[in-house]
Design a protein around this ligand. Structure first.
Ligand SMILES: O=P(O)(O)OC[C@H]1O[C@@H](O)[C@H](O)[C@@H]1O
Length: 275
């Protein structure tokens, strides 16, 4: 049984959905009423795009309501794990946000927590019974669209291990390793290195987990062009795009999933997550 808390996010196709109504009380508190007309002995998976504390609140209430209905086996699919990038304290006075979310979710005592393309190994290490769904089939769909005559570009060391697994899954597409550096004082991006002398007009697909402001990808695109790359494509599992898509004009096409939000722009091709 599936309980899709976000009506626009239904990754488990063809499964029986549990009905519910949710609304906000006049004091601002979220509320949910689950239709009790289902077999509580069956396992339930909740799906939710957990992008804010309000979303988290609704999730907590939902799990509580299901437990009170005596549903024993509850799992969760949150495609984009909130604060996954806040996985270390950089400056004294900051929270370890990813752990705060993980602790709340751990308190729900879930059977399984599925996360799509976790930012780092910290999330699955902190979340009990966590299963990370890799980006393999997403990138496979992208490659089917643009053709496999491309090189996969890994923007930095963090993405490297994952991209070699993608390459293996795709039967050995070439990988180009890159690195990015940051100014130690400001933390701002200061440069990129592409570890290949000449890309000879070869089309390149940058693969990463998140595009936020896009600085990483614009900077890397410039570096790839300076090495004579052909067409440039970008595939990111979680599309935040907080500076809009205009900043990413250097890309022929941008691919993402609906893990974070929905899109209605021609420039972005959305591969809907299906499990
Ligand atoms: O450059 P923007 O898009 O802001 O940030 C995205 C990069 O920052 C990292 O956390 C992500 O893994 C990605 O490499």
């Amino acid at each position: 049984m599936i309980l899709n808390l976000d009506p626009n996010f239904k990754p488990f196709t063809g499964q029986k959905e549990i009905e519910f109504k949710n609304f906000i009380f006049s004091g601002g508190e979220p509320h949910i009423k689950i239709n009790p007309d289902f077999d509580v002995n069956q396992a339930v998976t909740i799906t939710h795009r957990l992008n804010s504390f309000n979303d988290l609140g609704l999730l907590c209430l939902t799990v509580d309501a299901l437990r009170r209905m005596e549903v024993k086996v509850i799992s969760l699919f949150i495609p984009y794990f909130p604060a996954a990038r806040q996985d270390r304290v950089m400056i004294k006075g900051e929270p370890l946000s990813v752990k705060v979310y993980a602790d709340i979710i751990n308190g729900m005592q879930l059977e399984k927590v599925f996360v799509f393309d976790a930012h780092s190994e910290v999330t699955p290490a902190l979340v009990n019974n966590c299963e990370v769904i890799p980006n393999h089939t997403f990138i496979q769909t992208v490659i089917k669209t643009i053709g496999n005559d491309v090189k996969l570009i890994s923007p930095d060391g963090g993405a490297l291990k994952k991209i070699y697994k993608v390459s293996e899954f795709l039967g050995g597409v070439d990988v180009v390793e890159c690195s990015k550096s940051r100014d130690v004082k400001t933390g701002k991006l200061s440069g990129f290195k592409v570890y290949e002398d000449d890309l000879q007009g070869i089309d390149c697909l940058i693969v990463d987990d998140i595009c936020d402001g896009g600085g990483t990808f614009v900077g890397l695109a410039e570096e790839l062009k300076s090495k004579n790359a052909g067409k440039l494509y970008l595939a990111v599992s979680h599309g935040i795009f907080n500076k809009g898509l205009e900043v990413l004009d250097c890309f022929e096409k941008i691919f993402t999933t609906n893990s974070f939000k929905d899109f209605d722009e021609e420039k972005v091709e959305v591969v809907k997550l299906k499990l």
